[in-house]
Design a protein around this ligand. Structure first.
Ligand SMILES: [Zn+2]
Length: 225
């Protein structure tokens, strides 16, 4: 089961609609990269550990090209049940996984390897604790719900376990919803985001795919905000 969703939030609904549209015209490079993440999480699984990802940026919209960077959120349980935040600088596992992933990419794509940008890391030990304690002010928990609402997950089975825990606690979900909506509003006003939509629409047009009128209207409507 996934998170309850944002049925009352027209902006988030619009965003998800646009994402679906762009994804239905996914590039070959996007498909290949998603496969890399799936392979990697299976590999880690065979080794008895677990990892999952949320994909951001152009790959989230299925519009990655050869020179796109890949922006991701990495989910894993820190070693020895360690709590707190994990990052490239302070967590051995994150840097190890990044290193292993880049090896896989080099092996699979040789000279067409690409850059991996870890935008955020979520320590699932701490996430579970925050959920069980109904900590509605947990930044980690809010970030998790935000990414889960707008990104593209890989190894979603692992993520659903935590989404279930949240969904079972409706009062917790309701208070987090507000914070997630604030994150979203923050993104919408940033110019970077607006630029991305123009860029993706331009890429489709280059391939002779014209946006349906209704979709073009939706994008305009979206960008107006
Ligand atoms: Zn760690």
């Amino acid at each position: 089961m996934t998170l309850p969703g944002f049925n009352d939030n027209p902006t988030i609904q619009k965003f998800i609609g646009l994402k679906k549209f762009f994804r239905s015209h996914e590039t070959r490079i996007s498909r290949e990269r998603i496969e890399d993440f799936k392979k990697f999480s299976k590999l880690i699984n065979y080794g008895g550990d677990e990892v999952a990802f949320d994909i951001l940026g152009s790959l989230n919209f299925g519009q990655a090209t050869a020179d796109s960077d890949t922006d991701i959120v990495m989910y894993t349980r820190c070693e020895d049940g360690k709590m707190g935040e994990c990052g490239l600088e302070n967590c051995y596992k994150i840097s190890l996984f990044k290193h292993m992933f880049l090896n896989l990419v080099t092996f699979e794509h040789n000279s067409h390897a690409y850059k991996l940008e870890i935008v955020d890391c979520i320590n699932l030990n701490q996430l579970e604790k925050d959920i069980r304690e109904n900590d509605e002010s947990s930044a980690l928990l809010i970030r998790f719900c935000f990414y889960r609402s707008i990104c593209r997950g890989v190894n979603r089975k692992l993520l659903h376990r935590y989404e279930n825990l949240i969904s079972e606690r409706l009062p917790l979900w309701e208070s987090i919803t507000k914070s997630v909506e604030e994150c979203f509003d923050g993104i919408i006003v940033s110019s970077q985001h607006t630029y991305s939509f123009h860029k993706y629409a331009g890429r489709l047009e280059e391939k002779g795919i014209k946006l349906p009128g209704s979709m073009a209207a939706k994008i305009k409507d979206y960008l107006k905000q």
